[in-house]
Write a protein that binds this ligand. Sequence first.
Ligand code: 13P
Length: 249
Amino acid sequence: MRKPLLAGNWKMNTVLQESVQLAEALNKLVGDVNDRDILVCPPFTAINSVAEALRNSVIMVGGQDLFWEEKGAFTGQVSPKMLKSVGASYVIIGHSERRQFFAETDETVNKKLCAALANNLHPIICVGEMLAERENNTTLKVIEKQIKGGLKGLAVGDAQRITVAYEPVWAIGTGKTATPEQAQEVHAFIRKLLVEMFDKPTAEIIRILYGGSVTPDNIKVLMAQADIDGGLVGGASLKADSFAKLVKY
Ligand code: 13P
């Protein structure tokens, strides 16, 4: 049985004080939850303080990206070790916003994935089709390319430490959630790919999150689907009460 994971991606929101306040408020509301995993991914500038605020909490902390090199002349980049040193245990990789605006490709996703795993960070690999691709009926083809490219060369043991997030780009920040059936179709397809690439026990371990306009009102029907193991939440994770409701779906 896969333990549900509810993850908040704060994106480029919350200055330092707001981040700490949000983390503390959330901790008051969900600090006693232990039948599901809870994760928040603040901006880099707030990870350290949020991790401090959540030091004795069940809520875990993650980064929203990383760079694959260990150190050196890479102005503006953040290494896996840097993330770990400020208290992150997870990292989001290949979010569609990074693919769209920051030239992320399946190849760079793969390098970041390997670097995260080598440093004992839990990677959350994001995949998802654009609206035009769904309308062209190429959704599954796009997902297959992203999964095969992103997870290329991964050993079975490493694959067991990853999480996948399916986030249809047309559902992100638009209020247009995929229907539970649309999401389940893609999640089941991803699980099938994972069986082919690794093996069945591995595919059964890997959590596949859904993301894209998840709210306290729609999380329950999404989580009722066989292959939906949690949510990667943007907007609704920025208010403690709505994220807490969502966590306690
Ligand atoms: P929204 O929940 O705001 O649609 O964002 C989803 C997302 O991109 C999470 O990574």
